[in-house]
Design a binder for this molecule. Structure first.
Ligand code: PLP
Length: 381
């Protein structure tokens, strides 16, 4: 046997893997996985089918397809008032995951500290650790999951290299307010701290809230990378295409790593997306599209014993089962799958030290019929 010393010894045995195994075995109604259960817009598929010119089947340029980058620049400026140069400040990536990994590889050095708010999406910490960096975890407490900016100020040291924020937030569905962003601006002003703003759910935001992109705040934008995902925006997670944006000097440094990481990503998808993005309705109608699903789901479980407040953004709804059981959330989820035929994700999969707040995450990016069946099970508990 070849002896290997794992760089990520704790990874590989996560609850996600375990839940997936139970899902394969028991075939529950599945509101666990964070991807849409319905087809993308046929006109986007049609655009992909129309990609026929010879060049589209060869490498795209390092930054990405020009039409697509220009469309992204236009959309960002219109929505958030910040201009990013399509050639030098926008890079098309293999989903937001690759963008995040490459940003961390490019900027985090050994012993650098990166502030991560917990609960958090699971790709940040391993990527920091692989660079020899140290995740500094700051807890957002259930059930409201607000950031304590005083604590952030206290945790900043001379080694703080970056702060990662995520709004709208997976798994809690909370969104940062203008005041949050102003606090972040105040704390980072005059420092060399970079910000990684994970905004993959920018278009999935409810009840007329405004997405507070760092791009709206020039003093934050000058030190920030924004990561976005067409997978999330256009129901095409399998295409694995996203992008990141940052001021020129930061993007130049990012691309030093990106070129050896992937160089460029799937070109036909970029061509199709470049054309599809010309029509702003394709993303502007998303809040109402998903809000209808959220409201349908919440209405359907109104009489259940679960406690919740309507999610503010993302296609995730957290529900507290405090009134139903004292079991650990992981045990409760496994029992739900096995005995009731319903799958979701325990929020302790994302929390600091896997703290169990009796919270479950349900993905409502599903067909009505699936949501209805899930609601029937939820109401029967
Ligand atoms: C908060 C967050 N960031 C990034 C990603 C990754 O996005 P992509 O599929 O584009 O890599 C996800 C996917 O679930 C996510 O929830």
């Amino acid at each position: 046997m070849i002896k290997i010393s794992s760089k990520l010894p704790g990874v590989g045995t996560t609850i996600f893997t375990e839940i997936n195994r139970y899902v394969q075995q028991y075939h529950p109604i599945n509101l666990a996985q964070g991807f849409p259960g319905f087809a993308p817009d046929p006109s986007l598929i049609n655009e992909l089918g129309q990609v026929k010119d010879k060049t589209a089947h060869q490498y795209a340029s390092l930054g990405g397809n020009t039409t697509l980058c220009e469309a992204i620049a236009e959309k960002t400026e219109k929505l958030y008032g910040q201009s990013y140069h399509p050639e030098s400040e926008i890079t098309i990536t293999a989903g937001a995951t690759q963008a995040i990994f490459t940003i961390l590889s490019a900027f985090v050095q050994k012993d650098d500290q990166v502030i991560v708010f917990k609960p958090a999406y699971d790709c940040y910490e391993p990527a920091i650790e692989l660079q020899g960096g140290k995740p500094v975890l700051i807890e957002m407490k259930a059930p409201n999951y607000q950031i304590d900016w005083e604590e952030v100020q206290q945790k900043i040291t001379s080694k703080t290299r970056m702060i990662i924020i995520n709004t709208p937030h997976n798994p809690t569905g909370t969104v940062l307010t203008k005041n949050d962003l102003l606090q972040l601006q105040k704390i980072t002003e005059g420092t060399n701290i970079l910000i990684l703003s994970d905004e993959v759910y920018e278009h999935i935001i409810f009840d007329h809230r405004i997405h507070q992109s760092v791009a709206r705040f020039p003093k934050l934008a000058e030190r920030s990378f924004i990561t976005c995902s067409f997978g999330k925006t256009f129901h095409i997670t399998g295409w694995k295409v996203g992008y990141c944006m940052a001021p020129k000097a930061l993007m130049a440094e990012y691309r030093k790593v990106h070129q050896f990481n992937v160089f460029c990503v799937h070109h036909p998808s970029q061509k199709a997306l470049g054309r599809y993005l010309q029509n702003p309705d394709h993303y502007l109608q998303l809040p109402s599209f998903f809000q209808e699903k959220r409201d349908f789901f919440l209405e359907a479980i109104q009489g259940s014993k679960f406690e919740f407040s309507p999610t503010q953004g993302t296609y995730f709804q957290t529900l507290s089962y405090r009134q139903l059981s004292d079991e650990k959330d992981t045990d409760y989820v496994i029992r739900l799958i096995k005995e009731k035929g319903l799958a979701c994700i325990p929020v302790s999969a994302f929390t600091k030290n896997h703290q169990d707040d009796k919270m479950l995450r349900f993905c409502f990016a599903k067909e009505r019929d699936t949501l209805k069946k899930a609601a029937e099970i939820i109401n029967s508990l």
